[in-house]
Design a protein around this ligand. Structure first.
Ligand SMILES: C[S@@+](CC[C@H](N)C(=O)[O-])C[C@H]1O[C@@H](n2cnc3c(N)ncnc32)[C@H](O)[C@@H]1O
Length: 233
């Protein structure tokens, strides 16, 4: 007699499969951290970033850490080339090793201070996930200007960061940030301040919305576009 079997058929690059496959490309501690990060980060965030990426072209991930989301998005968008920019040499090495293990060929990593602007001259989209509150305001503003200059007209920017309200949620986030990086300083700014900075840098079509998940983080996502020049008659 034949017994019934459960067959779950998921595409190889579905978000569920990637979020369990990618952490396995890292060493023990980073693998645990990566699993947690995939759980903590609202799925809505990755879906929204993905929606703002082009089908082809160059995408810059500024402050990419050890490349977790660079690799995720590179696997979701195989026709794009992703460039991860990261201050820590150790994290860049981890990102390169994980890319090699996962056989991801459309992602490369640069070790650089992001406000130095030492990354591709031209690109089609850029995003920063939890980077900006690690940067002093002047350096963060310089980075936004550099991103505006480098983006092709019509290109998009996506920022995921931490809002300053509600205050209790901000304190919760600060506590976790401080536990992970006890020697760092943090510069949280209200989402509307980031919106103003993007406007000053030249970005248009700005849209900001809160991200919700189980933990009480005051996350927000802010998206913008570099206006395309008017079409010639
Ligand atoms: C909270 S982690 C986020 C990493 C990654 N985006 C993620 O979501 O997994 C912030 C990262 O930004 C990097 N970073 C901080 N300041 C930077 C700067 N000025 N230039 C480049 N990277 C920076 C840190 O080394 C760290 O890896």
């Amino acid at each position: 007699m034949r017994s019934a079997r459960l067959n779950i058929l998921e595409p190889e690059f579905s978000s569920d499969r990637l979020s369990s496959r990618i952490p396995r490309a890292y060493s023990f501690v980073s693998a645990i951290y990566s699993r947690l990060r995939f759980r903590i980060i609202p799925r809505q965030m990755l879906e929204s970033i993905e929606q703002h990426l082009p089908e082809t072209g160059t995408v810059v991930d500024v402050g990419c850490g050890f490349g977790l989301f660079t690799l995720y998005l590179a696997m979701r968008r195989p026709q794009c080339h992703f460039v991860g920019v990261e201050l820590s040499e150790k994290r860049v090495t981890q990102a390169r090793m994980a890319a090699a293990k996962l056989q991801v060929r459309n992602a490369s990593f640069i070790c650089a201070e992001s406000s130095s602007g030492n990354f591709p001259d031209r690109f089609h989209a850029a995003y920063c996930i939890d980077l900006l509150h690690h940067m002093p305001p002047q350096a963060a503003d310089q980075l936004l200007e550099r991103l505006y200059q480098g983006l092709e007209p019509g290109g998009t920017i996506v920022i995921k960061d931490i809002n300053t309200h509600p205050r209790l949620m901000l304190w919760f986030t600060f506590l976790l940030d401080w536990l992970v990086n006890p020697k760092d300083s943090f510069y949280y700014r209200h989402a509307s301040t980031w919106q103003e900075r993007l406007t000053e840098a030249g970005f248009a079509s700005l849209y900001v919305y809160p991200l919700r998940n189980l933990l009480p983080y005051p996350h927000f996502l802010l998206t913008g576009r570099k206006p395309a020049p008017p079409a010639q008659q």
